[in-house]
Design a protein around this ligand. Structure first.
Ligand code: BGC
Length: 416
């Protein structure tokens, strides 16, 4: 009897502690599932843990967050939204317009976010003048990652123009190695396309096409040239690229099985996780022809409306933690991105991170900072998905460059 009583009290105590913990848990939906991403996520989990906030993990893999957004929609429709959701650009604005997001004005005012978050990010973190999301980083997509030993072995210098880049890839291909590591998924092809479109016509053309959705820019000669460049890139991929995850393409460069990958700077997280050092083992440089331009995307945590005061307090604490300068440095050093506030020192960052921070500031000052089409910062999901479809079909040879440009203009016109 006494033993049973003791057991019962242990069970009751456990139940009490679980429900107490649950009151302050946050359930976080995100798509950070690769090795480098998980390491960065660990920095966030540990920070919250140190504040007594528990973490319920809801991972849905897939860059650009398409799959995550589908899962989110299902959860919200079922009346059971997660507490906090990793979100990009126009998706944040769409959820805010639906009235689904909580309000972070109090914590934003207390911590002075208005003064330190760049206007280009505030455009997505605020809706109707109210803070509805906390930006954790700034990534950019127009990067190339290269294996230094492979280039050195073939006597290839870092390419500075598109033609030099093509010549370098040709040399790698001739040596029998894969020149361009690529993962054949629509969002990855769109990510490559961000950089290629910039390389053809700079930020002016990019904005006309992806932000203004100008039919002439979408269907004209410069877009034909962009699709031709995609054909060229396709000729440097290996036979097995179809469906490959982005981090496995990064691994090909890390292991020296391939020379280059065009990918956002989350790829750096994979190199670092593998113990590689920028400048020594790998190179990071802008897609040749896009120096001075930055196509950015910022991961933000949007907080869904919750009822309980404890849940609201946990959300506010999470938002404050995310925005602290110390956290922004520690997290972004691991993630490959750069801080989402302008007052974080670059001291803890490696050379690629320092370059990323300097490039972002310079592009912002010169007007050459554009939102990534591929990652939901140029237009809404319907338009983005229409562009994905055409870019992927063209990359896979379903039609030639002229037809691709025409189809792009038509698909965007139908979607907008
Ligand atoms: C996100 C990154 C993420 C990448 C690949 C992008 O959409 O902004 O944080 O690492 O997808 O999963």
């Amino acid at each position: 009897m006494r033993i049973i009583g003791k057991k019962m009290s242990v069970v009751l105590a456990l139940m009490a502690s679980t429900s107490m913990a649950q009151a302050e848990d946050v359930e976080v939906l995100h798509w950070w599932t690769s090795g480098g991403e998980a390491a960065a996520l660990g920095v966030l989990k540990d920070t919250l843990k140190s504040q007594g906030i528990g973490w319920i993990d809801m991972p849905v893999s897939g860059g650009g967050g398409e799959a995550a957004m589908t899962t989110l929609r299902a959860r919200v429709t079922a009346g059971n939204p997660p507490t906090a959701v990793q979100m990009l650009g126009f998706d944040i604005q769409d959820w805010a317009a639906e009235g689904a997001l909580g309000n972070l004005d109090d914590v934003a005012a207390k911590e002075g976010w208005d003064a330190v978050v760049p206007p280009a990010l505030q455009a997505f973190s605020k809706y109707d003048g109210h803070w509805i999301a906390a930006p954790v980083n700034v990534h950019s997509t127009n990067w190339v990652w290269a294996n230094k030993a492979v280039l050195d072995g073939l006597g290839i210098a870092q390419p500075t123009t598109w033609d030099e880049f093509v010549a370098a890839m040709q040399k790698v291909k001739d040596s029998g190695k894969t020149a361009l590591a690529h993962g054949g998924q629509p969002w990855q092809e769109a990510t490559v396309f961000d950089g290629v479109v910039l390389s053809v016509g700079g930020t002016e053309f990019y904005k006309k096409a992806f932000v203004d959705l100008d039919p002439e820019a979408l269907g004209g000669a410069q877009m034909v040239e962009a699709f031709k460049r995609m054909e060229t890139l396709h000729s440097f991929t290996d036979a097995n690229f179809s469906g490959r995850d982005w981090n496995l393409a990064s691994a090909m460069v890390i292991n020296g099985d391939a020379a280059f990958q065009i990918m956002g700077d989350w790829a750096k997280g994979e190199f670092l996780k593998a113990g590689k050092v920028p400048g020594t083992d790998f190179l990071c440089f802008r897609v040749p022809g896009t120096d001075g331009d930055v196509s950015f995307n910022s991961d933000q945590f949007a907080m869904f409306k919750v009822d309980s005061e404890a849940a609201k307090a946990a959300q506010a604490q999470m938002a404050a933690d995310i925005m602290s300068p110390t956290f922004q440095s520690a997290f972004n050093v691991v993630k490959g991105s750069v801080p989402a506030r302008t007052d974080v020192p670059n001291t803890a960052f490696d050379d690629c991170g320092k370059k990323g921070m300097a490039d972002l500031a310079a592009a912002s000052a010169s007007g050459n900072l554009v939102g990534s089409m591929a990652h939901g910062h140029a237009n809404r999901a319907a338009v983005k998905n229409a562009i994905y479809d055409v870019v992927t079909a063209a990359f896979n040879g379903e039609y030639d460059a002229e037809t691709a440009a025409k189809n792009l203009a038509d698909a965007v016109a139908a979607a907008k």
